[in-house]
Design a protein around this ligand. Sequence first.
Ligand SMILES: [Zn+2]
Length: 177
Amino acid sequence: VEEENEYIPPGIHIEIPESIENSPYKKEINKGINRIKRFLQKELSIGEIYEKIVREIEEESFSYESFGKVGYGPNSVTIRLTMKSFAEELYKDFPYKPFGIAMGNKVVISVRNILDKATNYDISEIIERIAQHELWHVAGGEDDFYSKGIANPNLTYKINKDEKRRIKERILGIISE
Ligand SMILES: [Zn+2]
């Protein structure tokens, strides 16, 4: 029996699909990943950051099953980027097509959904903001349905100081529990 579901070590794990290499937006996407890393290091003071290149198999979209294959450890948080769009089963309760989804300690960012809608914007900034927003959910934060973020979830998500403080406390708690 193969041990597929080994726990990953404590820390933040960024999973990057190798197909980003073939994207015309490769430069912007990599800049976005670097912005996430800088946020984690500078603003959350997290040193344990791991990066892993993953191969995405040909499926139509990123589904519950794909979520299950994202790296997991009880003391880790995984930020997975995907070049796929999300399967509808993942966002049937959302009033919009999301750029990112958080479940437990896993965050998935659909670069594909971002590129489908936001190429007139700074892709790297959107990737960073979505990562921050989804980490807010990992920290137990709720969406503010009256905020502009919900009316225009793609572009206006910006965490505030209090949210940042809560993210920091919670994430540091998870990776050191
Ligand atoms: Zn949200």
